[in-house]
Ligand binder design. Structure first.
Ligand SMILES: [Zn+2]
Length: 657
């Protein structure tokens, strides 16, 4: 039997998961893009974030100190700040697992001891509710108790798996038992508490860690409750929109459309996928299939981002915030695209890939990682975007218009609403755990990047592979079998959907298998040490247009090369040129040029654009034949924008053929 119970999501014993997660640490990035990102995470992102969260700028640690009675003061930060701190701890745990740096373990132990002292006798731990006078437990779902608990359960499960220690897990179990006592009975007051439902994923992960089925049943209960009550405000819902905003209008099993807050929706779907992985309930996966299709084929940006609007309405006319609106309604400049939502899109897809054993889900994981996920942090690793629009034009939005400003024209060194930064950093830290999965008699190559894999297959035999590539800048990936069993097994190589015309060779000869974009190419043979697989993906600069129904991009193009989406940014234009003046020439050349010393080392796309002259500020104006000046310039990877000062930027540009 499989011994992969040290995975990020431990699917080793999940009966309805075909592609099992590898133990975290079995794969390590060794060179190239993700190796450098993880190094930056370890050396810059996490120390900087630690200074924020453990000092007086962020309030993560202070809140626990106050709750433990070891410091005077009020709760600061948003309701979900404990959850942010747990995500930070989870990220640290991954770096510990990769580096075995004992000082990280000791630091985590100190945090855990403090959290333990802050935890109440019966298991309750939520610093805002504990510290704030006049606020009771489970009084209003907006306090995000479920969210914080969920991140506690996940972080503690990961900590237990990767350190072998029980100190954090004990705290989580105590809290989960309390949650079970409150929420398992059918009480009216508690039926609507699913708000930002990380607890569903967390409970399933806890079930996988301690093998107590009551956590799985409770996770299922949170799904089953949705849509079983009248949608009107009561004392537990005041302060936030109700209905579709929190996916409570339609029972999940009847849902066909992604609605409401994008983070709330995708954490919920990811949790439901975790429940399906254990129960195999058909109605659940049928609904998740429809929802995944709806998200990725009707409501997703070309960058993999989701959540089109800050404020809007669902098709049932429920008010929504930070979330999904109508299909194909894809504003660029006002797109919300919270970093967390984009990352959740990858988390949901990762779970679906395991369940379905299909490569198309991994295409979404990769799209998010390289584009709308990574755009959430600066190259230096110290500044954050919460919102990730596809176009930024100066002086068109009033960024101070809302009390909780989450849209900003440049990345910020601290976000009062701090959910995204630790979510992104933990994702970078754990990315090597997503690089491979294990099939029944084989291994699936999911992500490309220089790495070593040292794992055991599901039958227990030893497997060592290494990957050598300059991906995403170059399309050649060389995989070497370093050690394997004597009998035949599968190596499944993901052929990205964009990688049309790819070839696959084994030991220099055609692999003799179907190489279809958007699928795993499965090579079954008796492998031996020294065997090589070479995947060659043509890295052509590609022009993309949107579906005809996306009004916002009619007659506009985006540029993509491999998994990387490009954008035009004003530092690459003549002074005083606005981003809206730029037109692409559809029939000119687009040349990829690698610049190792630019923006941390990127491949840019050089081309000659047209700059529109003579437009006025009138809302409507008479036009004859427009006048253009031509300008030779470059496009940069979307994730790398806003690293050269405040700038205008656009992904889509009008085209002249
Ligand atoms: Zn967030």
């Amino acid at each position: 039997m499989s011994n992969h119970d040290k995975a990020i999501t431990n699917t080793s014993a999940s009966p309805y998961v075909k592609l099992k997660s590898i133990n975290f640490g079995d794969c390590k990035w060794t060179s190239g893009f993700w190796s450098e990102k993880v190094e930056t995470a370890q050396e810059k992102m996490l120390p900087y974030m630690g200074d924020l969260l453990c000092g007086d700028i962020g309030h993560g640690l202070n809140n626990f100190k106050i709750a433990a009675g070891e410091k005077e003061g009020e709760h600061k930060g948003f309701y979900w700040h404990d959850g942010d701190f747990f995500k930070f701890m989870e990220a640290k745990t991954y770096i510990y697992a990769l580096s075995k740096d004992e000082s990280i373990l000791n630091e985590l132990d100190e945090y855990i001891a403090l959290i333990g002292r802050a935890q109440e006798e019966d298991g309750y731990i939520h610093t805002h509710v504990q510290i704030t006078e006049g606020v009771d437990r489970f009084e209003n779902r907006k306090y995000h108790e479920m969210y914080n608990f969920g991140h506690l359960f996940i972080a503690a499960s990961v900590h237990n798996r990767l350190t072998g220690k029980n100190n954090f897990l004990d705290i989580a179990v105590k809290q989960a038992d309390l949650l079970h006592a409150y929420f398992m009975p059918d009480t009216k007051h508690y039926q609507r508490f699913g708000f930002n439902q990380t607890q569903i994923m967390g409970l399933v992960e806890l079930y996988r860690t301690v093998k107590d089925e009551k956590y799985l049943r409770l996770a299922e209960k949170f799904i089953n409750r949705r849509g079983t009550y009248e949608i009107k405000h009561d004392s537990t819902t005041e302060g936030y929109p109700i209905g579709d905003m929190v996916q409570e209008r339609t029972p999940l099993r009847e849902s066909e459309e992604a609605v409401g807050h994008a983070v709330l929706a995708l954490y919920y779907y990811a949790g439901a996928a975790d429940v399906y992985a254990e129960t195999g309930e058909k109605a659940l996966i049928d609904a998740l299939d429809k929802l995944w299709e709806n998200v990725t084929d009707k409501k997703m940006y070309v960058t993999g981002a989701v959540g089109q609007a800050h404020y809007g309405a669902s098709t049932s006319l429920d008010m929504i915030e930070e979330g999904f609106i109508d299909a194909y309604m894809m504003p660029n400049m006002t797109a919300y695209n919270e970093t967390c939502a984009n990352l959740c899109n990858a988390m949901f897809s990762h779970r679906m890939m395991g369940i379905k054993e299909e490569s198309r889900y991994a295409d979404i994981i990769e799209l998010v990682l390289f584009n709308s996920g990574l755009s959430g942090i600066s190259l230096e690793g110290k500044d954050y975007f919460y919102s990730n629009p596809l176009r930024m034009v100066n002086n068109t939005r009033n960024y101070d218009a809302h009390a909780d400003v989450t849209e900003s024209p440049v990345r910020q060194p601290y976000l009062e609403c701090f959910c995204c930064p630790p979510n992104l950093v933990r994702t970078i830290c754990k990315s090597s755990g997503w690089a491979y999965n294990l099939s029944e008699n084989g291994v699936a190559v999911v992500l490309f990047g220089g790495n070593n894999l040292e794992t055991t297959m599901i039958d227990g035999s030893s497997l060592k592979l290494s990957q050598d590539t300059d991906y995403p800048w170059k399309g050649i990936v060389k995989i070497t079998v370093d050690e394997c069993k004597d009998s035949a097994f599968d190596i499944k190589v993901r052929i990205p959907k964009w990688a049309v015309g790819s070839t696959l060779k084994v030991n220099g000869e055609d692999a003799g298998v179907d190489v279809n974009p958007g699928t795993f190419a499965t090579i079954t043979r008796t492998w031996k040490a020294g065997d090589t697989i070479v995947l060659d993906m043509p890295m052509e600069v590609t022009l993309l247009e949107g579906h005809d129904r996306i009004e916002e991009v009619r007659n506009q193009l985006a540029i993509k090369r491999g998994p990387i989406v490009y954008c035009m940014e004003t530092p690459d234009l003549p002074e005083n040129t606005g981003i809206l003046d730029v037109y692409l020439q559809g029939n000119t050349s687009f040349e990829a040029v690698h610049k190792p010393d630019f923006l941390g080392g990127v491949t840019v796309v050089e081309t000659e654009v047209l700059l529109r002259q003579g437009k006025t500020d009138d809302m409507y104006q008479r036009v004859t034949k427009p006048v253009f000046n031509s300008h030779k310039t470059q496009l940069v990877p979307y994730y790398s924008w806003s690293n050269r000062g405040q700038a205008e930027m656009t992904v889509f540009m009008p085209v002249v053929w």
